[in-house]
Design a protein around this ligand. Structure first.
Ligand code: FAD
Length: 478
């Protein structure tokens, strides 16, 4: 029976079941179970179908959420998938890892008083069902248009653009320095948030559509940027941001203090069946150790929860602000706490202890001060508040900055902002070089998957418009 909408007054919010803590601590599988069909329909029917849907307004992809919720409630799942995939190339990924509490669900009108519709879980259910039923097809174009694009970076930004441009008949070549497709989706984000087969099946679909991947190819090292430009009618740079912010102070260079992405990449590679030497030697393995993670963002949350799963003796997260002022998702903090992570709020490292290797962190207590120009409260150290935390492995998760791309690409005319991100024209998405576009974290700075997808789609549309005017072969796919 189709469900009637506006059921939030009668039906309470239910999220998909979480797996038992004891079992989920022991593996890297996703922690949320799938909705069963009746529950997905009932939960979708809670939507109030508002005239101005704030969920949609606050979704970077402007997903038509009320419509696909209604179609789900009515059991019209194939149509729900069509509506959902019309604005999002990878809805099953966003359904899993978007911080919905800050985006669509956080702005759901019934959130105040009734708790929001569980939009992310329904999005995931729709797309997983679509995959099961075979409704998700490769985006093979009807005809080739004779033009070719080169995309640097196979993360969500580059892949979304590749999908859009291939559907329009371009020969699409994606270059990545890694050996697998997905960028941070494959080597950054752990399997307990996003299982790897979800990313790998998108890779296969893109290949089935005719996208050509040139892996183990670093632009600027294995192939020059200049040569790349000669090969293609236009270029998209979607290289992300990878330069880890570092920490100073006495002992900061001791062995046993490692960057977050080294730790996560080693863990993800192990999970993909590789033998990673740094993991096998113990250098990047948290098993049996006291772990201290420094930072309060998504990366820090992924590190603490990875360390738990590797069998750490203890896991502490040191963050200089408090729970209400951390950049990471509160949902992930709750998950981490359930799994046994201890948060040491309002504390910042001062020095690292140890001789041959790190044995502890000396930290100081902090207090929140007055808000700065952005409204964020500053932090001040409390005098004489030092304390020591034992640590066998310290993981630095302090954020990322862009690499120096004009230098890496040997292209000084490539314009960058004062933060080192690529400058693009906000309408044309073009960089300072004609025919060279950019998208994702390399433009925004470290951001979200959903924004990378949005940028990839926008850049693809801008590249199409530009090539129609400037490329030498007529665009046949009009
Ligand atoms: C640990 C971690 C957890 C995160 N968790 C979440 C989350 O839960 N939800 C969320 O929405 N966001 C999350 N993010 C952020 C999200 O992953 C990024 O915003 C997103 O992946 C950016 O996409 P992108 O395509 O711009 O870049 P990336 O995903 O970084 O992909 C860039 C690609 O470019 C390649 N590349 C770089 N330089 C070159 C070169 N010279 N030649 C060839 N290839 C190159 C890289 O190998 C990489 O594959 C997380 C980030 C991290 C680090």
């Amino acid at each position: 029976m189709p469900e009637r909408m506006l059921q939030f007054v009668r039906v309470s919010q239910e999220t998909p079941e979480k797996r038992e803590v004891a079992t989920r601590r022991a593996d890297f599988r996703e922690i949320y179970e799938e909705f069963d069909p009746p529950r997905a329909r009932t939960q979708a029917s809670r939507c109030s179908q508002c005239g101005v849907p704030f969920c949609q307004v606050h979704c970077p992809l402007s997903n038509n959420i009320p419509d696909w919720l209604k179609l789900t409630a009515e059991g019209r799942l194939e149509e729900a998938y069509e509506v959902s995939s019309a604005t999002n190339n990878f809805p099953e990924i966003c359904g899993r890892i978007c911080p919905q509490d800050r985006l669509c669900e956080g702005n759901c009108v019934i959130e105040k008083g009734f708790e929001s519709v569980t939009i992310g879980a329904v999005e995931r259910y729709i797309t997983d069902t679509a995959f099961e039923k075979g409704w998700v097809k490769a985006g093979t174009p009807k005809s080739e248009n004779g033009l070719s694009v080169g995309i640097v970076g196979a993360g969500p930004g580059g892949l979304a653009a590749a999908d859009m441009l291939r559907r329009q008949g371009y020969a699409v070549h994606v270059y990545d320095r890694y050996d697998r497709v997905g960028g941070l989706l494959i080597y950054g984000i752990p399997g307990f948030k996003l299982e790897k087969h979800i990313v790998l099946r998108r890779w296969k679909l893109l290949e089935d559509a005719g996208v050509v991947f040139h892996l183990n190819t670093e632009i600027g090292r294995d192939l020059s940027f200049e040569a790349l430009r000669r090969r293609h009618d236009s270029i998209l740079i979607a290289t992300g941001v990878y330069k880890a912010r570092d920490i100073g102070g006495p002992g900061a260079g001791l062995p046993g203090i490692v960057p977050a992405l080294d730790f996560l990449t080693a863990s993800n590679r192990q999970g993909l069946g590789e033998n990673v030497p740094e993991f096998l030697s113990g250098a990047l393995d948290a098993g049996g150790k006291n772990i201290v993670v420094i930072g309060g963002g998504d990366t820090a949350m992924d590190c603490v929860r990875t360390a738990v799963r590797q069998g750490a003796a203890s896991v502490k997260c040191l963050y200089r602000r408090d729970r209400d002022n951390m950049p990471g998702s509160i949902r992930e903090v709750k998950n981490a706490e359930e799994e046994g992570v201890e948060f040491v709020w309002l504390s910042a490292p001062e020095a690292f202890l140890g001789d041959a290797t790190v044995t502890g962190v000396r930290a100081a207590r902090m207090r929140l001060g007055l808000p700065d120009a952005s409204g964020r409260q500053s932090v001040e150290q409390i005098e004489h508040s030092h304390f020591n935390i034992p640590a066998d492995l310290v993981i630095k998760a302090l954020g990322f900055d862009p690499e120096d791309l004009p230098v890496a690409f040997g292209e000084p005319a490539l314009g960058v902002s004062r933060w080192g991100t690529l400058k693009v024209d906000h309408k044309s998405f073009m960089t300072s070089l004609p025919g060279v576009f950019a998208a994702g974290d390399i433009v925004r700075g470290a951001s979200l998957v959903v924004w990378a997808i949005r940028d990839g789609r926008d850049a693809a549309a801008a590249m199409h418009a530009w090539m129609k005017q400037h490329a030498t072969v007529a665009v046949a796919a009009e």
